[in-house]
Design a binder for this molecule. Sequence first.
Ligand SMILES: Cc1cc2nc3c(=O)[nH]c(=O)nc-3n(C[C@H](O)[C@H](O)[C@H](O)COP(=O)(O)OP(=O)(O)OC[C@H]3O[C@@H](n4cnc5c(N)ncnc54)[C@H](O)[C@@H]3O)c2cc1C
Length: 397
Amino acid sequence: MKVAVIGSGVWGASCAYYLNREGVDVELYDMWGPGNSRSGSGGASRIIRLAYGDDNIYTQLTNNSFKFWEKLSYDSERRLYDECGMLWLVSQDDSSYIQKSKKHIESVGHSIQEISKSDAQKKYPIINFDDINEVYFEKKAGALMASRCCKNIVRKFKEEGGSVFLGEVIVDESKLKTNAISFDGKRIDADKYIVACGPWNRKLLPKMLDDVTYISRQEVYYFSIPNDSVSKYNSKAMPCWLDLNSENPSYYGIPFHLNKGFKISYDERSTQFDPDSSERIPIPELVERTKSYLHKRFPHLKNQPISETRVCQYENSMDGNFIINYHEDNDNVLVLSGSSGHGFKLGPGLGELVKDVLINDKHIPREFDIGRLNNDNSSSQYYNAQIKYNKKKRLFN
Ligand SMILES: Cc1cc2nc3c(=O)[nH]c(=O)nc-3n(C[C@H](O)[C@H](O)[C@H](O)COP(=O)(O)OP(=O)(O)OC[C@H]3O[C@@H](n4cnc5c(N)ncnc54)[C@H](O)[C@@H]3O)c2cc1C
């Protein structure tokens, strides 16, 4: 069998890697290369954690991904995964998202534990816990070095015989029945096609995705840490963290890594974004909003300047769940879409699943079926619990 994978973000690269290992003839195409700055998988780092409320499919797929990330990290010459743990700061009244996660995390052999506020304060003296109601710690969690991960998956894929092409693939959705997918002026001949183009998916396949996905603009900041304090802000002292807050955007962060700074960002889907034409420059009001949150939560960072920023995008489905579906005009074209701001960690788990779908006739889990989006009640708990605030604030501009 020959498979053409279009897009070498973490999803496409993982699919290519798993299929190639099974002896499939795989060609992997990307406009600018794996983990490029404009892709959803670009940038330095992403959080990996198992807590997903009752949406057990994500806990399972993340657990499958861990083994891959650990091995890739071990095999690569550079560190790709830092198991520093994950701290959940619950400042809203409702901690059911974490409560529901517990049994699923335990079912894969790991744990999430409540820590008293006084113990947390002793252990993490840089955090202000005043308005936090509950604190939980996930040990099996940490940070993935995002862009590096993608490059290393593709490096392995190539080492193991896979073919990589750099440039734009043209998909003509109106002629998809005749496999109208081309590269460099020629039709790509393959038995199956995987379209995994993240925020560009809906441009390639507007008929399929226009009404069920949207692209949101996200800002990421790295703050300088005091010159004498690296040991208080790096991953030996601090885990990744997320402030579960239904009234404000849920801020989250990754401790000092890759000598960049103390990373902070927010989970909010408020402004739409065009991955080709939108400027990637932070908006002053959002910078100020983040600074005021940071100063409250990490008071010792008050007056610390920003050392680096990024503007990127989420490719969202309307309910926060992934979309994995054959195109209705051509059941040789498998579309992976809607990673919704939480898809990095699961890349390898998803790649393995797609490999089983294509060569072992495994069913695509119903959670990922595009048909569910006709039903308003299907939102993932990730979306409902963590993104409640954003749901109210989402702007379709
Ligand atoms: C700020 C931010 C923070 C995030 N935090 C987390 C986190 O902590 N944990 C987590 O798990 N996830 C997180 N995510 C989400 C995660 O990064 C994404 O879900 C994931 O990287 C999406 O990967 P992808 O492969 O679907 O898409 P992409 O990485 O966007 O890959 C798509 C690829 O397709 C290529 N392409 C597009 N069009 C064409 C074409 N016509 N021809 C050829 N190639 C093409 C592009 O060049 C690109 O490389 C975050 C995302 C952002 C933006």
